[in-house]
Design a protein around this ligand. Structure first.
Ligand SMILES: NC(=O)C1=CN([C@@H]2O[C@H](COP(=O)(O)OP(=O)(O)OC[C@H]3O[C@@H](n4cnc5c(N)ncnc54)[C@H](OP(=O)(O)O)[C@@H]3O)[C@@H](O)[C@H]2O)C=CC1
Ligand SMILES: O=C1O[C@H](COP(=O)(O)O)[C@@H](O)[C@H](O)[C@H]1O
Length: 647
């Protein structure tokens, strides 16, 4: 099991486009013209000198190397939210899996402005580490240190850090990996001080810097930050994180497109009607309002995470799997994107929920009372190239909504011959479910078994949990740390991509900052802000899907429609719905897929009129629909979360 986990992580972290998915001429495994092909497989690259050479950019190191070399990791902002939620857990996991060195070969130094009591710090910041007997927590904790160095933009703290690092490394050559997990306002200064004071012993040991997002606030601030970092770091030492690039399903987008024959020929405006990329969270800003208010949802999620996902969906096949070629293909598609204006955007902000159990955005400390910062935004983007002309890319992101969800939905166009059997409304949809319940599924039409020639909507469902049961699904930050340690920049964002990404979004962001349009208000826990469905249809032709609560609530006012619906799933026509019939009904409301077990359990609980009857009558069903209506209208948060969430 451990070996399998190691193998899986090893394989997936070292490849973005795997050799097997390399398009065009470099698809061939025998192709010796590709630099990586010449170097052998990704994990067999050897550094003859035992050290990392400047051209490491094209030759990621092997796991054997990353786990055997001496390494110091420094986390700036170690007392913060991200360090606690993601960074310490990821480092523990990588050591557990043997991907990073253990014992006296590794040190993890937290940096903060003030000194802390080490044991208390470890207890608090490692609270999310998933402890495993194979790496006793005490062994991990013994590798943790902390340095209170004062301000992030003043040199003394970095000079004293350098002394501490030398002391801890005892003069032995050690690679140094720095992670800026601090507010973006101090990225530039901090990067310069690290470079000036804290580099590893070159040329045998490397120094790398991972920078969190957001990288700038607009084109000008990006250019300034880029100049200040590139003045002291070379491009192959800088790793600008977008952790969505480390998510399993996002990594699979290239494989899906370029390792199969089925999708690429239809991946264009002739066959595709729209692409919808969604990010939803069922939490608010949770005390991060001070940071969030200066950025808003477009800078927090859309300009980076969703745009990266979009680019992976839309880019042309890169010339090879080398980071440079992938980044080039990404920049090209970004260059073809039109610049959205305020008319292309829908902006909204969450308020407290109707039961006042969840605070509104304005109540988050650090958010001004008159803030108009959007916590929900949808934008229609266009790509002006041969492949995508006329296809709307709807990107939408929101906090404080009904569920946690990230997905890409590719809707196909109905073709004239479809009319023969199913009519114009019958469209295929390919869904790449990024989280939760990772999956790739294709909504199709199939002949229903039987003597009639009836066509049923069906779903080809590749759910990760069942198809790859037992595989190790690494957290995105594990992959990010590991790829930076290996010198593989293919999952990081290049300066060129960021320049283009800001080019696309800056005019809109400036218009919002300047004109401060009033956002539509939505109660915490809602599925969509008021008016969004109509907006989506009018601006992109994309019909927003209903949750099953909405569907049932819609039916509840129409006894005839409700009866027809009930009868449709009463397969044996005995006037009641049995468990398997209810399961079919639930599936129909869930994109034709089997809902996850716990969703189904809650659904059953409700559908049976809140008790565990074996069968439900039409009367029960009417009651269920009415409950759905009341619940949907009043949106009691606790009720919706339990019943509607897809988690
Ligand atoms: N949290 C998250 O979920 C995510 C965060 N990010 C990015 O990661 C980075 C860190 O985020 P997060 O951990 O949430 O940030 P925090 O607000 O928790 O800040 C991190 C640390 O920075 C120091 N700090 C806080 N405010 C200031 C300030 N005004 N000036 C100087 N230092 C300050 C504090 O450390 P001390 O006082 O000890 O010096 C704090 O513990 C940010 O760039 C963020 O955009 C990206 C994705 C997700
Ligand atoms: O970058 C960010 O991402 C998180 C969501 O990340 P996920 O991996 O949990 O989907 C978001 O909460 C945060 O606001 C944002 O800065």
């Amino acid at each position: 099991m451990a070996a399998l986990a190691e193998k899986t992580l090893n394989k997936s972290t070292s490849q973005h486009l795997s050799p097997a998915t390399r398009p065009s001429k470099s698809l061939s495994m025998e192709d010796t013209t590709s630099p990586r092909a010449r170097a052998g497989s990704w994990d067999s690259v050897s550094t003859a000198s035992g050290g990392f050479l400047p051209e490491i950019k094209s030759k990621p190191a092997s796991i054997k190397e990353t786990s055997s070399r001496r390494l110091t990791v420094v986390i700036f902002g170690a007392t913060g939210d991200l360090a606690k939620k993601k960074l310490y857990p990821a480092l523990y996991q990588l050591m557990l899996l043997g991907q990073l060195p253990r014992g006296d070969k590794i040190r993890i130094v937290g940096f903060g402005r003030r000194a802390v009591e080490l044991q208390g710090f470890i207890k608090k910041q490692c609270a999310n580490v998933k402890k495993d007997a194979r790496l006793p927590f005490e062994d991990f904790a013994s590798r943790l240190f902390f340095h209170g160095g004062g301000a992030y933009d003043k040199a003394p703290g970095f000079e004293s850090l350098a002394v501490l690092l030398d002391e801890l490394e005892q003069g032995l050559p050690t690679d140094r990996l720095f992670f800026l997990s601090v507010p973006p306002t101090v990225f530039g200064a901090c990067a310069q001080h690290v470079s000036a004071c804290c580099r590893a012993q070159a040329p045998k040991r490397w120094t790398r810097l991972i920078i969190e997002k957001p990288f700038g606030k607009d084109s000008d601030s990006f250019a300034e930050l880029d100049a200040s970092t590139s003045g002291s770091w070379s491009e192959d030492e800088l790793f600008r994180i977008d952790h969505y690039l480390g998510k399993e399903v996002v990594l699979n987008l290239s494989t899906l497109r370029f390792a199969n024959q089925l999708f690429e020929p239809t991946w264009n405006s002739k066959c595709i009607e729209s692409v919808e990329i969604t990010f939803k969270e069922d939490i608010g800003t949770q005390g991060r309002g001070g940071y969030f208010d200066g950025f808003g949802i477009i800078r927090d999620i859309m300009q980076n995470h969703l745009l990266q996902v979009l680019v992976l969906c839309a880019m042309e096949p890169p010339a090879s799997d080398l980071p440079e070629d992938i980044q080039k293909a990404k920049v090209e598609v970004l260059k073809a994107m039109s610049i959205p204006s305020l008319d292309d955007a829908f902006l909204a902000q969450y308020t407290e929920d109707n039961f006042m159990s969840e605070p509104g955005y304005l109540e988050d400390p650090g958010v001004p009372d008159d803030s108009v910062t959007p916590t929900f935004a949808a934008i229609v983007l266009k790509i002006n190239n041969e492949r995508w002309k006329g296809v709307p890319f709807v990107v939408k992101a929101g906090k404080g909504l009904d569920e946690r969800l990230a997905e890409v939905r590719v809707r196909y166009k109905s073709q004239p011959y479809n009319k023969l059997l199913v009519g114009p409304q019958a469209k295929n949809e390919l869904v790449c479910r990024i989280q939760p319940d990772e999956a790739l599924y294709l909504k199709t039409h199939t002949k229903k078994p039987g003597l009639e020639q009836e066509v049923e909507p069906t779903c080809m469902d590749m759910r990760y949990a069942s198809t790859f049961g037992g595989s190790y699904l690494a957290d995105a930050y594990e992959r990010m740390f590991l790829n930076a340690a290996k010198g593989d920049s293919s999952l990081f964002v290049s300066s060129g991509e960021l320049r283009e990404a800001w080019r696309v979004f800056t005019p809109l962001l400036h218009a919002i900052d300047k004109t401060r349009p009033k956002p539509i208000l939505y109660a915490f826990g809602e599925r969509n802000p008021r008016g969004f469905r109509d907006w989506s249809l009018a601006h992109s032709g994309v019909k927003q899907r209903q949750s099953f609560m909405e569907t049932l609530s819609g039916l509840s006012g129409d006894a005839g429609a409700l009866r027809a619906y009930f009868d449709r799933y009463d397969a044996d026509k005995d006037g009641t719905l049995r468990a398997d019939e209810i399961r079919d009904l639930a599936r129909s409301l869930y994109d034709g897929r089997d809902p996850p077990e716990n969703t189904l359990r809650k659904f059953f609980h409700l559908a049976r009129g809140f008790d565990l009857k074996d069968k439900i009558t039409f009367q029960d069903f009417t009651y269920f629909a009415r409950c759905a209506r009341i619940a949907h209208k009043s949106k009691p948060r606790a009720y919706e979360r339990d019943v509607c969430s897809e988690k």
